[in-house]
Design a binder for this molecule. Structure first.
Ligand SMILES: [Zn+2]
Length: 413
């Protein structure tokens, strides 16, 4: 078959294809192969890039520049590699389209598209298969609506939010009859209207629930990694502060790091809005972390003094308390402190299991928990924008405390 397909290639090159009897199957194979080669070379035009073993177009080099007779020399999971080449072309095409668009809201759309390529923003998409039940579940309606909101796409008729929100606010549309410009203005208004839920006062409960779910995922991850003495929303931490005191803080998680002998005082914070128009992805998460760092300064100092004075019995081997803010964005991005902490969690996991940090078990641990965090964020966003039943089942979670922390209310925004 390969020979026949190759014969087809050579005779066609010389314009003699009509002189030979070649089966349709061989012709199809030839055409499919040629199209794969073209996609791979277009996606990665530089031979230098293709020569790298991890390049999805590396198989072109392995087959001597895409010779069909050497098809057997293609690597495992060939279909995946071809898909990645094609995806790259489709993405490049789309990026070009997005950045040259001039309609209302085009700048936002281009930015959301760029943001989606940032670290962690794609974690949610690898959480496949989208099981119908369990922690990674999300309905396709909610998912579509969430992605339309995330990418600021045109809102299909059936996915429009109610014209009047439960908070009393209404969508602002141009007066009829609409001109062509008005149609664009209305589309932009629909897009903004979906995003209104991110900041709507009547969705604050759902935003708090999202925050709590992210904290629960981190708690479960820390426990699985080998952290010790975990506490969820510890009531007694910084008990010295008066409860009505503005300085009083109740962290989400306390966890003892068995590798560094330090205790982590952790607080999750979600950014539902970008810090400003045109601001880069991750900046909002970083700003949340910086805000938390300042907010905990007095509490951290007070707790440290109590330990140093011996008023509170420190855990055996305990060295230091460290405040670890965990900032996330509704688009999936993580703040720098969260990224750093996650890396340390992987180190704890590796040491606990006596494997190297590069070991495949560490990599699959990392992938799993990245997906879990991403799903907690996306399910929360889905509950907020799609007004679906929120986060069912997760309330009965990995940790006992069901009450919502009073402290997150001001931050839920
Ligand atoms: Zn509202």
């Amino acid at each position: 078959m390969l020979e026949e397909a190759d014969l087809f290639r050579s005779v066609r090159e010389h314009g003699h294809a009509h002189l030979f009897q070649i089966t349709d199957m061989a012709k199809s194979l030839h055409d499919a192969w040629e199209s794969c080669v073209t996609s791979a070379i277009t996606a990665f035009p530089e031979q230098e890039d293709r020569a790298v073993a991890t390049c999805p177009a590396n198989w072109v080099e392995l087959t001597g520049g895409g010779e069909i007779q050497r098809l057997a020399e293609t690597p495992d999971r060939m279909q995946r590699k071809v898909s990645r080449c094609v995806n790259r072309l489709v993405a490049a095409e789309y990026a070009k389209k997005v950045s040259s668009a001039t309609h209302y809201g085009a700048v936002t759309q281009a930015q959301r598209y760029r943001d989606a390529g940032d670290a962690h923003c794609g974690d949610v998409y690898t959480a496949a298969p989208w099981l119908q039940t369990g922690e990674l579940d999300i309905s396709s309606y909610a998912l579509k609506k969430t992605l339309i909101t995330r990418f600021a796409l045109d809102v299909p008729h059936g996915m429009r939010a109610p014209r009047r929100c439960s908070c009393g606010k209404c969508i602002q549309l141009p007066d009829a009859p609409w001109s062509a410009d008005d149609v664009e203005i209305a589309q932009e208004a629909e897009r903004m209207w979906l995003r209104h839920r991110y900041t709507c006062p009547s969705a604050s409960g759902l935003r708090i629930a999202t925050h709590d779910n992210i904290a629960r995922v981190w708690y479960a991850m820390l426990e699985a990694a080998g952290f010790q003495e975990l506490a969820y929303e510890p009531r007694r931490w910084d008990a010295e502060a008066k409860s009505d005191e503005a300085e009083h803080r109740r962290p989400d998680i306390l966890a003892f790091n068995p590798c560094t002998f330090g205790r982590w005082v952790m607080d999750v914070s979600m950014a539902w809005a970008a810090v400003g128009i045109g601001a880069d992805c991750r900046l909002a998460a970083k700003a949340r972390e910086a805000y938390k760092q300042r907010a905990y300064k007095a509490s951290m100092a007070r707790v440290k003094t109590r330990h140093e004075s011996g008023e509170e019995l420190a855990q055996e081997g305990w060295l230091d308390d460290r405040f670890v803010p965990l900032g996330f964005e509704v688009g999936g991005a993580w703040g720098p402190s969260a990224v750093h902490a996650f890396h340390e969690v992987l180190e704890v996991y590796a040491q606990t299991n006596m494997v190297d940090i590069e070991h495949h078990s560490v990599i699959s641990f990392a992938t799993h928990w990245r997906e879990r965090v991403a799903m907690a964020i996306t399910r929360g966003a889905a509950a907020v924008v799609a007004r679906v039943a929120p986060l069912d089942g997760e309330a009965a979670s990995v940790v006992g405390t069901a009450d919502t922390s009073h402290e997150h209310n001001p931050d839920a925004r």
